[in-house]
Design a protein around this ligand. Structure first.
Ligand code: SAH
Length: 249
């Protein structure tokens, strides 16, 4: 299935640097549809391109619009991002929830856009009222307003995340494959035998529980083949050492 690449719409952005940094964040997170409404410093703009650090090799140049109405006309669902609560009845979502919502709508065939306000003033109430929902990024209530490009980065990250299937946790085994169960059992069987030989299980009735606990310890370590080999070597060395010690005695 194709990817959801919603539009990022900057309404009346003032600083070229912020547009460039927003474009860079978009390219980082696989977004490509940048729309500018009446950018103060015009387009094309060297400060935008410098700050974008090559992002425009990955995404097309922005489309320029005179009004927010025109910039969002082709979209079905438009989220207004704002740090301030607004006195209107409109759904307010976290960026994560909005990204999920946009993804769900995309699957149903809807296109969405995320609107960001001007650095100094943010979105006006009239601009916000053109949108279908609000995104408020939860922040420190005493200092809630993010830099424009950083707000774009955070939202773009959530849009990416809503479509990304990177595992939350993976253990890198390098060149060595994870141990097979056979590999593991060979080691563990030998460890158990040598512990028995060494008199480790003095209380016979406790042996089954102790064996299970030791097995769990090693299982939790998620061992690689190489690590199991190392443990085999450790057992060999310890037995050898014991034999040598006996001989010396
Ligand atoms: N001074 C403005 C904030 C401008 S910050 C105000 O009080 O509204 C520039 C833009 O970044 C905002 O218009 C909004 O689109 C986005 N933004 C910054 N902080 C945000 C937050 N906490 N939640 C959602 N959007 C935020």
């Amino acid at each position: 299935m194709s990817k959801n690449t919603p539009a990022i719409i900057l309404s009346r952005p003032q600083m070229g640097e912020n547009i460039g940094a927003a474009a860079r964040a978009m390219a980082n997170f696989g977004l490509s549809d940048l729309r500018l409404v009446d950018p103060r410093d015009g387009w094309p703009n060297k400060r935008v391109v410098d700050m974008a650090s090559g992002a425009f090799d990955h995404i097309p140049a922005p489309q320029i619009f005179d009004s927010l109405e025109d910039a969002i006309a082709d979209l079905q669902c438009v989220y207004a991002t704002t740090a301030r609560p607004r006195d209107m009845i409109i759904p307010v979502l976290t960026p994560a929830a909005a990204a999920q919502d946009a993804q769900k709508r995309f699957i149903e065939g809807e296109n969405s856009g995320f609107v960001f306000g001007a650095e100094r003033t943010g979105l006006t109430n009239d601009e916000t009222a053109l949108c279908t929902a609000i995104i408020q990024i939860p922040t420190n209530p005493d200092f809630s307003s993010l830099n424009l490009a950083q707000a774009v980065l955070l939202v773009a990250h959530h849009i990416f995340d809503a479509q990304d299937d990177t595992a939350d946790y993976v253990l890198q085994h390098g060149n060595s494959a994870p141990a097979t169960r056979e590999n593991f059992e060979n080691f563990f069987g030998r460890l158990e035998d040598e512990l028995e030989n060494g008199g480790f299980f003095s209380a016979k009735d406790l042996k089954p529980t102790m064996v299970r606990n030791i097995r769990n310890m090693f299982s939790r370590a998620d061992l690689s083949e190489q690590e199991v080999n190392t443990l085999q070597g450790i057992v060999s060395a310890l037995i050898g050492k014991k034999k040598r010690a006996k001989k010396a005695g």
